[in-house]
Design a protein around this ligand. Structure first.
Ligand code: MN
Ligand code: MN
Length: 395
């Protein structure tokens, strides 16, 4: 009997402790899902009104399996509100290649694990060949042809495209073009006999297994016009972070990664028990990718509307333009996530700072603020991750 009670206690029920609202769920139910979403099963009393879904997990997507790797994506087809950006999670084996291709959208990427070699050639005949490591980014402008190949350790990365409607399964690839061009045209174009095209692919290859390439020096291709003027790679994890008591933030946009003119991002670290403060962004929607740990976010949409979601490694979150939100680490390990914006710059408005820079009497009278609250208001220099009760960095 006692064992049964223990077991019952481990199964979460839609009952709010604070006011007793709700009742047990007899089922059918997906208990594992309910355990992953405690704030959806038992929403805070402050949640109210209608907000569309702001969460999608890569675990709920279709896996494209190829020799040489795999990919899966979250686009407007999966998360309809996410119109500004789309994301692809891709794995390449040692030597595995994401084939030579291009697309109408810009491509921003974060290397999660391992190493890869990327190549690109721009419209002025300038090329770019570089190796990317864990924590590095790359950015390919729209229409610029490129490739990605796993090095000796293989790799896994996140790709972000500046259009929610993007699909990585619908790009312009070299194999697809060869397959859909008359062979006599290929012959005329390259000035070699038709027989030279007997073995070209009969459709898009997408990802294929190849040999691990040699050292980057061995693959150098001198370009008459030299290399691209703005590097397509940025070493984000090597960038010194802005450190605050509850974690750290690394901000990257066109000011420190000049090539990246349509995607801005912040890599955020939140220690257990800490939170990314209440804030919003005055430039665009926010597309989030959770790298490790778990947390919760409440999105405030105005007009009495707010909804809380739970996120964990491998999930994508979304915040519509200017909606208020926070991200709190609800687990026992460090929460790492990326916040991304279709913008040339990172912008953030802190609730705390707004209040700190507004006449005290006005703020105090507006929210019936206690002296303790008024005393805690701070002018902050940058997006803050903080522990409850510990003042953030003071300007
Ligand atoms: Mn691409
Ligand atoms: Mn944010």
């Amino acid at each position: 009997m006692e064992r049964m009670n223990q077991k019952e206690m481990q199964i979460p029920q839609p009952i709010r402790e604070s006011d007793g609202a709700g009742a047990t769920d007899f089922g059918p139910r997906d208990i594992l899902r309910d355990m992953e979403n405690p704030d959806m099963l038992v929403p805070p009393v402050t949640d109210a009104g209608l907000l569309p879904n702001l969460k999608f997990s890569f675990s709920d997507t279709h896996m494209q399996l190829n020799q040489g790797g795999w990919s899966r994506e979250i686009t407007v087809r999966d998360l309809p509100i996410a119109t500004t950006l789309a994301g692809v999670n891709m794995r390449l084996t040692p030597g595995g290649v994401r084939e030579l291709h291009w697309h109408q959208q810009a491509e921003w990427a974060f290397m999660i694990m391992g190493r890869a070699r990327v190549t690109a050639v721009d419209q002025q005949g300038r090329n770019f060949i570089a190796d990317v490591d864990k924590g590095d980014l790359w950015y390919f402008p729209p229409g610029i042809p490129h490739s990605i190949q796993g090095l000796a350790e293989g790799c896994e990365f996140l790709l972000v495209f500046d259009d929610g409607n993007f699909s990585d399964l619908n790009t312009l690839s070299i194999s697809d073009w060869f397959a859909h061009t008359p062979k006599e045209v290929l012959s005329a174009n390259f000035g070699v006999p038709v027989s030279a095209f007997e073995s070209v692919p009969d459709g898009q290859i997408y990802i294929f297994q190849d040999e691990v390439p040699g050292p980057i020096e061995s693959q150098a291709v001198p370009a008459p016009e030299g290399s691209v003027p703005n590097s397509f790679v940025h070493r984000l994890l090597q960038q010194p972070p802005l450190v605050t008591p509850g974690g750290s933030v690394r901000i990257v946009d066109s000011s420190n990664f000049p090539a990246s003119v349509t995607v801005a991002a912040a890599l955020v670290e939140i220690h257990p028990g800490a939170m990314r403060e209440l804030h919003w962004h005055p430039n665009n929607d926010e597309w989030q990718y959770y790298i490790s740990g778990q947390g919760r976010m409440t999105v405030f949409a105005g007009n009495g509307t707010a909804r809380t979601f739970n996120y964990r490694a491998g999930d994508v979150g979304y915040v519509p333009f200017a909606f208020g939100h926070y991200i709190q680490n609800t687990g026992t390990e460090t929460l790492w996530f990326l916040e991304m914006f279709k913008s040339d710059r990172f912008e953030d408005v802190s609730l705390n700072q707004w209040m700190a820079l507004t006449p005290k009497q006005l703020v105090s009278d507006n929210v019936y603020a206690s002296p303790e609250l008024m005393h805690a208001l701070r002018k902050t220099k940058w997006p803050v991750v903080k522990y409850p009760g510990i003042p953030p960095v003071i300007e």
